[in-house]
Design a protein around this ligand. Structure first.
Ligand SMILES: [Zn+2]
Length: 477
């Protein structure tokens, strides 16, 4: 969908093509997009000349002679094309043709037919149903206090507020994500919790990003095309939109994608702290590396911990889990209960069913973890998930610690801890892709000598993060 910068580009492209031109004829091939109706619309336009073309939000306004105004909205796929040659065939999705007195034709092309044309007058257009109640133009100098007051009244995520045209005008999905990233605000932050400083940051970055996009001709993502063939170069400057799974350009964390108000929303979990969560230190790594010791030391320091394995265990006690396991691993249900050892071997032996099970299990555990994190009142919490990245739970974390150990030591510890299941656990551990995600780890902690040295190392690390939380500075920033 063309957004504000693309519409601005269209307007700039149309001006030299149309200003002071007389409309000789209008042909409409899709009557539904025209208001009040084809006959009035056509009769009103013929013989008029085009005096000015302006943009209001994502609307294009054509000011004609005799006080007339045409309000055009491109919606999803609308575009204007110029045909210089009188005999040139119309484009494939031509919906309207404006013939000009100098022989050229301007085609309105719209594959999806969502575009609209409405007729109004210069004295009344601002009260027109499509334009009244529109918010402020972010490219103008705005009073942050009035926007701040408007945000305060909205009990919705800031991402949805930015997309709503009633406070700020013309910010679409791509720019909303980019603006929030630049302002370091999590998209789920509720309007009433946005501070005045954050409001100022939103306005500053909205103006900067939109200007930058206009200067570069917009984004031209998907099939968008402005009046002439101008390629949007802004797409190379995009920092978060559509980059989920890739490293953040400001820090090295993995960018996440969530749905907010039905719209795909991209953000950096590290640069944009989640408003409802404490500072979350993710702890991940392979089996028997020392994660549990780290958690214990954290608890001794007064840092609560949330452990994914405990939730998995808890979930396996439920009827829902038994029902789901019955579908994927029916052989592992013995006397109406899950036989854990049997399940372990079934997962090891059948990779296809294991992958399917992971796809079912992860979202459930992720939801349980999110609920637990929200309820957590402490300023800082440890979140231990062996498959943190594969489960996409790094989206909850501010900082990520990777716990590592030489393989021989891992095996030895596993042998001591769980002698009867060493083989299956080791095979499952090989499916932990921890090593592939090393670039996203903030700090790698190696547990390769005595327990005393390991404990000291962990304690020292956790204390530094604790000190940062206590002094009110978000760790890692
Ligand atoms: Zn970042």
């Amino acid at each position: 969908m063309p957004e504000l910068p693309e519409v601005e580009t269209v307007v700039k492209t149309l001006r030299p093509l149309l200003l002071d031109q007389k409309i000789k004829a209008v042909e409409i091939f899709h009557p539904k997009m025209v208001k009040p109706n084809v006959s009035i619309f056509t009769k009103s336009l013929v013989g008029k000349s085009i005096k000015a073309i302006e943009r209001l939000g994502k609307f294009i306004l054509f000011f004609l002679s005799d006080d007339l105004v045409v309000i055009s909205h491109l919606r999803m796929e609308g575009k204007y094309l110029e045909l210089k040659d009188e005999n040139a065939p119309l484009s494939r999705f031509a919906r309207m043709v404006f013939s000009l007195s100098d022989g050229r034709r301007i085609i309105y092309d719209d594959m999806r037919k969502f575009g609209t044309f409405e007729l109004t007058t210069q004295s009344t257009y601002l009260q027109h149903q499509s334009l009244k109640g529109l918010g402020k133009e972010p490219l103008h100098d705005l009073d942050p206090n009035s926007i701040y007051v408007a945000f305060k009244k909205a009990n919705r995520p800031i991402k949805s507020i930015l997309l709503d045209q009633r406070i700020l005008l013309g910010i679409g999905n791509i720019y909303a994500d980019e603006i929030l990233f630049a302002a370091k605000i999590h998209p789920l932050t509720i309007g009433k919790n946005i501070t005045l400083d954050q409001t100022k940051a939103i306005l500053k970055h909205a103006k900067r990003i939109l200007h930058q996009a206009i200067a570069n001709g917009g984004t031209r993502i998907r099939t968008y095309q402005s009046g002439q063939k101008i390629d949007g170069e802004f797409v190379t400057k995009i920092k978060v939109y559509g980059r989920d799974g890739k490293p953040c350009k400001e820090c090295h964390h993995r960018l996440a994608k969530i749905m907010v108000g039905g719209r795909g929303t991209h953000f950096c979990p590290h640069c944009q702290h989640h408003p409802l969560l404490p500072m979350v230190i993710g702890v991940t790594g392979e089996i028997a590396t020392g994660k549990s010791t780290l958690i214990q030391i954290g608890m001794q320091l007064g840092i609560p911990a949330i452990e994914a394995d405990k939730f998995v265990h808890q979930f396996y006690q439920t009827k829902q889990a038994i029902g789901l396991i019955k579908k994927v691993f029916p052989e592992s249900i013995v006397n109406g209960k899950i036989d854990r050892r049997n399940l372990l071997w079934a997962m090891v032996k059948d990779r296809r069913r294991y992958d399917l099970w992971i796809k079912i299990l992860f979202p459930i555990i992720k939801q349980m973890i999110y609920q637990a994190l929200i309820k957590c009142k402490a300023p800082m919490v440890l979140l231990e998930v062996p498959l943190l990245f594969q489960g996409k739970m790094d989206a909850f974390t501010d900082v990520i610690l990777g716990v590592e150990s030489p393989q021989a030591l891992q095996r030895l510890r596993l042998q001591e801890r769980n002698p009867e299941n060493v083989e299956p656990l080791w095979i499952l551990n090989e499916r932990n892709l921890y090593r592939q995600f090393l670039p996203f780890i903030d700090q790698r902690l190696v547990n390769d000598s005595s327990i005393k040295i390991w404990k000291d190392r962990v304690e020292k690390t956790l204390k530094t993060y604790l000190a940062k939380t206590q002094s009110g500075i978000n760790a890692g920033k």
